[in-house]
Design a binder for this molecule. Sequence first.
Ligand code: SF4
Ligand code: MG
Length: 317
Amino acid sequence: RGLKKYFPIKAGLLQRNVGNVKAVDDINLFIKKGETLGIVGESGCGKSTAGRTLIRLYEPTEGEIIFKGRDIAKMSESELRKTVRRDIQMVFQDPFATLNPRKTLRSILKEPYNTHNLFTKKEREEKVQELLEKVGLDPSYINRYPHEFSGGQRQRIGIARALALNPELIIADEAVSALDVSIQAQIINLMQDLQKEMGLSYIFISHDLSVVRHISDRVGVMYLGKMMELASKNDLYNEPLHPYTQALLSAVPSTRRKGQVKRERIVLKGELPSPANPPTGCVFHTRCPAAMESCKQIIPEFKEVKPNHFVACHLYE
Ligand code: SF4
Ligand code: MG
């Protein structure tokens, strides 16, 4: 609720604060148990920062992050370790970058148990075997090093590691973006199977509208640190209300189904403004085909304009 993450801009010899990059600027969202919430937007829109701030990899500037009735934003380091660092895990775009090249698969997967001091040596060994099975990796790979695996296998390792502590929520940030399309489908299927089996919730962050459409129950669209629209997948893709969402979707080459109207391609004018100096009023007004005079001054409220369909735009007030 009201989540903000500003990064200070420092300048000069004395490194004085000269402003802020408003990476995440007052966003509101919720996620239900067992569902997948997709967050889409172009690079630099703040979606990754939002994901990281939710679990305090970045300190929130303002806002509440309520998880199982408690505010993550207010937790001490030791409370975070006992709860959030176990119940919420992240999967990143490039698992290779986050896997220690000198460690075998076995020790990579044991690490979460060592860190949290869980289980006996024998139990840890069994847990690692279970994890490999869960993500479809051959148990004979256990003594291999990260460089010996393909991109898809590494992402399976990243997922296995995220599952080690039996989390409730996984935040996947561009988790399949670096993979070939056929491998993407395998990893997404795996994630969906695991979700059913373990009752997981996902926040699935991606710039890829088609992938997000495939995996999500609800989808949020971000632009310049703001949540522009949030709705069920079907509402958002079939009946986008926000001019920015309409433009984004018009650029997706549609696999035309029977009876589906082909959307006119909406080309946005101008460049993406800098989040260090975002436009006044509606941050989208410099590029919006529907902009009105009031859009330059007044920040549109993020409102539920139809049941479970939230939009921040003066057109719907
Ligand atoms: Fe466009 Fe105005 Fe709506 Fe912003 S508030 S999206 S500028 S119409
Ligand atoms: Mg990102």
